[in-house]
Design a protein. Sequence first.
Length: 52
Amino acid sequence: MRVIEMTLLCSFLLALDSQEQELWMTQLQLCSRCLLDGSSKVHTQTPTHTPH
């Protein structure tokens, strides 16, 4: 888990009420989606080969 995700998770666990928990959970989900989208793009890119 990355530092940003850990920070968001800690904030979620320390939230004072359910509304604040929902806010932090949304942020954590968005962060995770961005990371997953970025890693899937890296894995699905086809290498470009230029013939010599």
